[in-house]
Design a protein around this ligand. Sequence first.
Ligand code: COA
Length: 182
Amino acid sequence: MEFTGHSLPVRRGGESQSEMTELILPNDTNTLGNLLGGRLMHFIDLVGAMAAYRHSRTHVVTASMDHIDFIAPVHVGDLLILKSLLNRAFNTSMEVGVKVWVENTIVGTHRHVASAYLTFVAVDSQGRSVPVPKLLPETEEEIRRYEDAGRRRENRQREHERRMASKSSPNHQTTPPLTQAK
Ligand SMILES: CC(C)(COP(=O)(O)OP(=O)(O)OC[C@H]1O[C@@H](n2cnc3c(N)ncnc32)[C@H](O)[C@@H]1OP(=O)(O)O)[C@@H](O)C(=O)NCCC(=O)NCCS
């Protein structure tokens, strides 16, 4: 961690790095013995929040989770390994990348099963957003992730504006029209 002339510190890439390992038990799975998607999203949210806490050292709330693909099933008895890292800090928000692997406990093989980008917002005890330290990208990999995070933020903002515009349109319907009774 380094201090600039401002009150907020500037943090280096690796300072937020977090990892979590979970043994998948029957309570986490569906009727086929595969990990439930919602449970996986919960683990992703937790490990993502750890990176955001380590960067901001404040309370954080999850503002959004981007598109997530469940690439392969995770079975009961597998070890789930989740890693998170801050890609970029903006004003009060931070983008965290999470990658998930499954380890077969018997043969020891690893397989990538999911990835996601989450945005966390730093808040005070009243839930008001507060500024976060800047992230200083140094390695080629960190610079690439930093720039990609900027592009994703622009896409998110465009998509948000598109949704808002469509909601305010007079043709917007939240529920499908009811079929007319004959
Ligand atoms: C997230 C939250 C704090 C944003 O509050 P807000 O009044 O909309 O705040 P602002 O418009 O000032 O935006 C604050 C930051 O959040 C970002 N943000 C807001 N909504 C967002 C979204 N849906 N996706 C990504 N970023 C978002 C803004 O871009 C802004 O970032 P910046 O300061 O780095 O530029 C508020 O919507 C909230 O409390 N939501 C509930 C969070 C929650 O309960 N999560 C689940 C449990 S942790």
